[in-house]
Design a protein around this ligand. Structure first.
Ligand code: NAD
Length: 281
């Protein structure tokens, strides 16, 4: 079996570049599909408190027989739990549901600029890392300004920024900012949630050239440009197909063509909320 390449964080730990995400997956379904993902070869799982499936992910881990050092598990702190003490509490509750002793990576799910508690929340993550409860700490949906503030006020640079990123919204500027600060970029909704993106004629043509599927080409593009990528599917054949994207190697012309699909200049490419302005409970 091919194993995912790993990328190294600014804290020296490593992460499998290809992982499996479980947003919008019911808890009991999560148990089943995470088991299928492990079976397909995935060793990196992305969940969050708000997904309501940490327990299902935990059961799949327990039943897999895989050792903690063989897998990489991420969960995220929900917005309502931001703040120093509440973060420490929410973390322990997530760990209880996951059934884990130590977590591989904990992320602040959203910056919540109006709520403005993210610096204190980040200090709690730093404390959890110091205590050895979590190996790697990072953020999700952070802007350049939010990242810079965390760095300026705590001196601790997040290891990763998990953001909406797909060929229609390729985040060139934020990727460059992340890289210039030693922050890895992780792509959420990497397949654009499976809509129009997988019907793009440009991607279809590249897929035909490589004897691959459009989803595999999308994933291969993320891998080629250095993103950590966490595609989701609850269909076993697609879970396997997505994992097999590791065997698809795009050339420079393919990558150039996919880079050209970016639609962010017109503001049309984004699917989810804009982290610079969105605050939600
Ligand atoms: P995605 O881009 O991974 O798309 C998933 C959808 O694409 C599937 O539901 C299916 O319809 C389709 N699909 C997947 N594989 C396919 C295949 N091989 N062939 C055809 N269609 C296929 O979207 P996502 O679930 O939004 O994002 C992936 C993960 O990112 C989530 O599960 C979650 O872990 C994470 N995420 C994080 C945030 C955040 O705020 N941090 C937000 C959204 C998602």
């Amino acid at each position: 079996m091919t194993f995912s390449p790993v990328l190294t964080f600014n804290d020296g730990n490593t992460i499998p570049q290809l992982g499996y995400g479980v947003w919008q997956v019911e808890d009991d379904v999560a148990e089943k599909v995470v088991a299928q993902a492990f079976e397909a070869g995935f060793r990196h799982i992305d969940t969050a408190k708000i997904y309501g499936n940490e327990a299902g992910v935990g059961r799949a881990i327990e039943q897999s027989g895989l050792k903690p050092e063989e897998i990489f598990i991420t969960t995220k702190l929900w917005n309502a739990d931001q703040g120093y003490e509440s973060t420490l509490r929410a973390f322990e509750e997530s760990m209880e549901r996951l059934g884990l002793e130590t977590l591989d990576m904990y992320l602040i799910h959203w910056q919540q600029p109006k709520q403005d508690k993210y610096v204190d929340t980040w200090k709690a993550l730093i404390e959890l890392q110091k205590r050895g409860r979590v190996k790697t700490i990072g953020v999700s949906n952070f802007t350049k300004e939010g990242l810079q503030r965390l760095i300026d006020e705590t001196g601790v640079v997040p290891a990763i920024n998990q953001i909406e990123l797909h060929p229609f919204f390729n985040q060139a500027e934020l990727r460059e900012f992340n890289a210039s600060h030693g922050i890895l970029t992780q792509a959420w909704s990497p397949l654009g949630q499976g809509g129009e993106l997988l019907e793009s004629p440009v991607i279809a043509q590249i897929a035909a050239k490589h004897g691959a599927t459009p989803a595999q080409v999308g994933i291969a593009w993320h891998l080629a440009i250095g993103n950590v990528v966490i595609p989701k599917s609850v269909t076993e054949s697609r879970i396997r197909e997505n994992y097999a994207a590791l065997d698809v190697t795009l050339d420079a012309t393919d990558i150039q063509a996919i880079n050209g699909l970016d639609d962010s200049a017109e503001g049309a490419g984004r699917i989810g909320p804009d982290p610079a302005v969105s605050d939600f409970a």
